[in-house]
Write a protein that binds this ligand. Structure first.
Ligand code: SF4
Length: 302
C-alpha cells in the first residue's frame, strides 16, 4: 500500500520539480505572459488529444485569424473545420466554436475566470476547466492530466502507471500535493505536467536526469512492472482513420463531393467491413462535421 508522502517530502518535491521547470520548461506561446486567456483556452482544446508539436502551427495560425472569442464566434463552421486541419477529433473545433458563441452570449466576450463558469461552456470538462482557470487566471485548481497522473503514480505511489481511469485516491493525492501558495500551486501543475511530458514519459522515463530520482517511490520499490498492459491505440483500418480521410477530402473541396467519388478516393483507408463507409458517413453527419445533400457530402455549410 503506498504511503502518504510526508510534508517534508512534498516540500522537497515542490522545490525540485518547480526548480527543474524553471530551467527546462519549453517556451510555448500559450505559456508566455502576453498570451490571453482565450489563447490558453484554445491551446487546452487543441492539446486534449494531440501532441504539442502538431498543435503549435495550428494554434499560431488560429490565433492570428481569430484572436478573440468574438472573431471565432462570427466565423462559419466550414472555415473552422478547415483550419483545424489534421489535428484529429474535429468535434473539438465545433465545441470550441460553440464555446466562443456562449462566451459572447453570456460573458460579454470575455473568457470566464472560474472553473465552475468554465465548466459550463460547451466542450469544457473537469480537466479543461481546471487547466484554463489555473494557467490563464492563476487559480490554484487541482489539474490532473495523463502526464501528471503518471508522475504522481511513480514518484509518490511507487507504481509504473496510474489506474486506467482517474480514481478518488489519485484526486486526494493530487490535492494533498498542491502547494498552499496559489502562484506556486499553478507553477506546480505546469511543472509536473512538463516533467511527465519530457522526462517521466510513459515508455522510457529518463530517471537519470529527473529532479526527484533520489526520492522516487517507484525507483525505491525497484521499478516494478505495470499492473496492467496499456493498450496501444490502433489506427490502420479503424473508423477513426476512415473518418479522418473523409474529412481531409471534404476540407479540400469548397462544394459537395459525390459519395461514390469519396469512396474511391479513400479506398486505401477502408477495412474489409462492408458497412464501414456508410457508418462513417452517417456518424460524421450526426456529429455535425459533414452535411449530406442527396448523394453528395460536404463540410457543414454554416
Ligand atoms: S525518477 Fe524516473 S520514474 Fe521517478 S519520477 Fe523521475 S522519471 Fe519518473
Amino acid at each position: 500500500m503506498p504511503q502518504t508522502p510526508t510534508p517534508t517530502a512534498v516540500a522537497d518535491a515542490h522545490t525540485r520539480i518547480i526548480g527543474w521547470f524553471d530551467a527546462h520548461a519549453r517556451d510555448l506561446p500559450w505559456r508566455r505572459d502576453e498570451c490571453t486567456p482565450w489563447g490558453v483556452m484554445v491551446s487546452e482544446f487543441m492539446l486534449q488529444q494531440t501532441p504539442v508539436a502538431r498543435v503549435l502551427p495550428v494554434w499560431t495560425e488560429w490565433m492570428r485569424r481569430w484572436p478573440t472569442p468574438a472573431d471565432l464566434a462570427a466565423e462559419p463552421s466550414p472555415e473552422i473545420l478547415r483550419a483545424w486541419g489534421r489535428l484529429g477529433y474535429p468535434r473539438r473545433a465545433l465545441r470550441l466554436h460553440a464555446a466562443a458563441q456562449t462566451i459572447m452570449d453570456e460573458h460579454d466576450g470575455e473568457v470566464p475566470n472560474t472553473a465552475a463558469e468554465l465548466k459550463a461552456l460547451p466542450g469544457v470538462g473537469e480537466y479543461t476547466s481546471a487547466a484554463i482557470a489555473c494557467f490563464a487566471f492563476d487559480q490554484p485548481e487541482v489539474v490532473v492530466d495523463t502526464n501528471i497522473r503518471r508522475v504522481h503514480a511513480r514518484a509518490f505511489s511507487g507504481r509504473a502507471l496510474p489506474e486506467k481511469s482517474l480514481t478518488r485516491a489519485e484526486m486526494s493525492l493530487a490535492t494533498e500535493l498542491m502547494p498552499a501558495d496559489p502562484e506556486q500551486a499553478c507553477r506546480w501543475n505546469a511543472a509536473t505536467m512538463e516533467l511527465g511530458a519530457l522526462v517521466c514519459t510513459a515508455r522510457s522515463p529518463q530517471c537519470r536526469v529527473c529532479p526527484v530520482s533520489a526520492s522516487c517511490a517507484w525507483l525505491v520499490a525497484g521499478s516494478p512492472e505495470a499492473h496492467y498492459q496499456p493498450k496501444g491505440q490502433s489506427w490502420a483500418g479503424t473508423d477513426r482513420q476512415l473518418r479522418g480521410a473523409i474529412m481531409a477530402l471534404l476540407r479540400s473541396h469548397d462544394g459537395g463531393t459525390a459519395l461514390t467519388a469519396i469512396r474511391q478516393r479513400v479506398e486505401e483507408s477502408l477495412s474489409p467491413d462492408d458497412a464501414q463507409f456508410d457508418r462513417c458517413v452517417s456518424s460524421l453527419v450526426a456529429d455535425g462535421l459533414a452535411e449530406r445533400t442527396g448523394d453528395e457530402l460536404s463540410l457543414p455549410r454554416s
